[in-house]
Design a protein around this ligand. Structure first.
Ligand code: AMP
Ligand code: TRP
Length: 343
């Protein structure tokens, strides 16, 4: 799959990414996604960041919790440094063009492609017969989220790589079937020291808001004592830190903590090891806690403040929806024309 050559030279650069409001934000979301979203702001292209509520309901969401989580995610974006003037901040369900294009992509994507999606297998688990149809179709909606804006670049964590390959396959098949060069073959942007932050309890599992153990993750809303306690109890091995990155290759837990340190401090792994190589975890963990609290506390304080003004958050999302629809509407209209829908 995804052998199609790039057509991006024909499209204005535009960045899109999304996060599900299906629970609190974790350090994985922050380092793998939101921090990168902030870094990509401010250049001479547009950035659109979306709370993908339609994706969230592919598994059951309590309505009150969904509402709260959507607002909290918006607060998290802003607290972390997304400027709602510079970027478009929007929740997916306020832009119906996502779902409309999503249906068309359901008719472009092939069953065989969808069946290969590892996230579906992970999330549906042994009980795939009881999973929602939406959970299975989800990656076609994700392709629509991106392509309804003709987005060219999508910053995400490592776990979304396969979905972005599918997005390219859908764009390429549409372009081929209708003999057009209408949808860009979007590039994933998977960069930085923490594209896959792992569980603090198990270095082979990714840090996730759905892990049953709260000790496995750092939540953006955790206070300083909780962050320190979780890092203190994080699983490690008995060795000291190596002074070169190669020394971490067989040590997933140690590598994870060093990656987190590097991403939080905007350093490379080599730079972190130049400073901390030779240290025991009894020394490195407190340094990591201090850094994490220093970086995360201002964000969680600001999130809490913003959450006291839900009306303001809703106004930001309404304004974002207006701006987003201005961009999505013409793309959907043109898509309908291409496929022969009478308007
Ligand atoms: P989700 O919470 O599944 O909606 O993920 C939102 C964004 O955060 C996506 O770009 C994910 O790739 C990223 N992300 C989620 N968990 C992690 C993790 N443990 N490490 C790095 N990135 C992550
Ligand atoms: N699938 C992503 C996740 O689970 C969320 C998502 C939905 C997304 N639509 C997107 C990410 C579009 C990037 C672009 O994390």
């Amino acid at each position: 799959m995804s052998e199609a050559p790039s057509n991006l030279a024909n499209f204005a650069p535009r960045v899109f990414s999304g996060i599900q409001p299906s629970g609190g934000l974790t350090l994985g979301n922050y380092l793998g996604a939101i921090k990168r979203f902030v870094d990509m702001q401010g250049a001479d292209y547009e950035t659109i960041y979306c709370m993908v509520d339609m994706h969230a309901i592919t598994v059951w969401q309590d309505p009150g919790a969904l509402r709260r989580n959507t607002r909290e995610l918006c607060a998290g974006f802003i607290a972390a440094g997304i400027d709602p003037e510079q970027s478009i901040l929007v929740n997916q369900s306020q832009v119906p063009e996502h779902a409309q294009l999503g249906w068309i992509f359901n008719c472009v994507a092939r069953m065989g492609w969808m069946k290969r999606m590892t996230q579906f297998k992970d999330k549906a688990g042994k009980n795939a017969e009881q999973a929602s149809l939406g959970l299975f179709a989800y990656p076609a909606l994700m392709a629509a989220d991106i392509l309804v804006y003709h987005a060219t670049h999508v910053p995400v964590g490592e776990d979304q790589k396969q979905h972005l390959e599918l997005t390219r396959d859908i764009a390429a098949k549409f372009n081929h079937d209708y003999d057009v060069d209408f949808f860009p073959l979007t590039e994933p942007v998977i960069e930085g020291a923490a594209t896959r932050v792992m569980s603090l309890r198990d270095g082979s599992k990714k840090m996730s808001k759905s892990d049953p153990s709260d000790m496995s993750r750092i939540n953006m809303t955790d206070d300083a004592d909780t962050i320190a306690a979780k890092i203190r109890k994080a699983r490690t091995d008995p060795e000291a830190l190596p002074s070169e990155a190669e020394g971490l290759s067989e040590r997933p837990e140690a590598r994870n903590l060093v990656n987190i340190y590097a991403a939080l401090s905007d350093q490379t792994v080599a730079e972190v090891l130049a400073e901390h190589g030779g240290q025991q975890f009894s020394a490195f963990k407190p340094a990591l806690s201090e850094l994490a609290v220093e970086k995360l506390a201002p964000i969680s304080t600001e999130m809490a403040r913003l959450m006291e003004e839900p009306g303001e958050i809703d106004a930001i999302l309404a304004r974002g929806a207006e701006r987003a629809r201005e961009r999505a509407e013409p793309v959907l209209k043109k898509t309908y024309e291409i496929i022969g829908m009478v308007r």
